[in-house]
Design a protein around this ligand. Structure first.
Ligand SMILES: [Zn+2]
Length: 259
């Protein structure tokens, strides 16, 4: 039986508020999120569980500190770590991949999901294996090299299906190798990763300072949202706190969400 995809809250995660909202002035974003003393705001970390058709799929996995919360959220839903068949990563930034691959004191990766096939784009894996000055702080090369060594990774280069109704599509912008996930069931579901990290980022002008390619990010975001607006679509927000998913609708020219 197929269940609707579910968001698993494994946060919190704190980031500089200005970095999360890019060019948007603090006078605007501070009304959306309470600002802590050091200018940081509290965000969520929300991997998505997709069950059905003989597969148990996780899209993203939280930060390195999230592992036990993730296992807890899965246990509440009757899912054991060994039962997870597929791990899809929108990208390999540590706050998305770290929860599935804790690193012990000796620098060894201890995978939490021993039977899962990993899906990530070839470009993302290569970038995570060879970070540069700009990207070094966002990747853990130990995780990338573990994924490339296991031989269990499927490296995505074009739109591709995992099972019958889960589609992975390259969605560059936040990182060059970023991907988005569509789930086609009685309704349509979109998991856009960090292209649309909170519902505020549905506004085309709201982007993070971590985006590698801002212009491409805007183009990809528009393309995904235009497709989403054609059919009843629920969107998931990985870094949302109060709002982690909602149904998309158009308000004039603006994309909005029914929370
Ligand atoms: Zn990211």
């Amino acid at each position: 039986m197929s269940l609707p995809p579910q968001s698993l809250p494994v946060g919190p995660f704190r980031l500089d508020g200005g970095a999360m909202f890019g060019v948007v002035p603090r006078s605007l974003w501070e009304k959306l999120y309470p600002v802590e003393e050091d200018n940081r705001i509290v965000l969520g970390l929300n991997p998505v569980l997709i069950q059905g058709n003989d597969r148990i799929i996780l899209v993203d996995a939280g930060s390195p500190e999230s592992g036990s919360r993730l296992l807890n959220e899965l246990a509440k839903r009757g899912v054991s770590p060994a039962a997870v068949t597929d791990l899809i990563f929108t990208h390999l930034h540590f706050d998305h991949s770290g929860g599935a691959f804790p690193i012990d004191k000796n620098g060894t990766v201890v995978p939490l999901f021993p039977n899962a096939t990993v899906h990530v784009t070839r470009e993302e894996l290569e970038d995570a294996l060879n970070p540069d000055e700009r990207t070094r702080h966002f990747y853990r090369t130990e995780i990338a090299s573990y994924i490339s060594r296991t031989g269990r990774a499927v490296l995505v280069e074009q739109p591709t299906f995992v099972g019958e109704d889960v589609e992975l599509v390259p969605a560059p912008g936040h990182t060059q190798g970023h991907l988005a996930v569509w789930v086609y069931r009685e309704r349509q579901y979109l998991i856009p990763g960090d292209l649309i990290p909170t519902y505020h980022h549905l506004n085309i002008h709201y982007m993070t300072s971590f985006d590698e390619n801002t212009r491409l990010n805007i183009q990809t975001k528009k393309k995904l949202l235009e497709k989403a607006a054609n059919r009843s679509t629920v969107i998931f927000f990985y870094h949302g706190t109060r709002c982690t998913s909602g149904e998309l609708y158009m308000d004039g020219k603006h994309f909005q969400i029914n929370k």
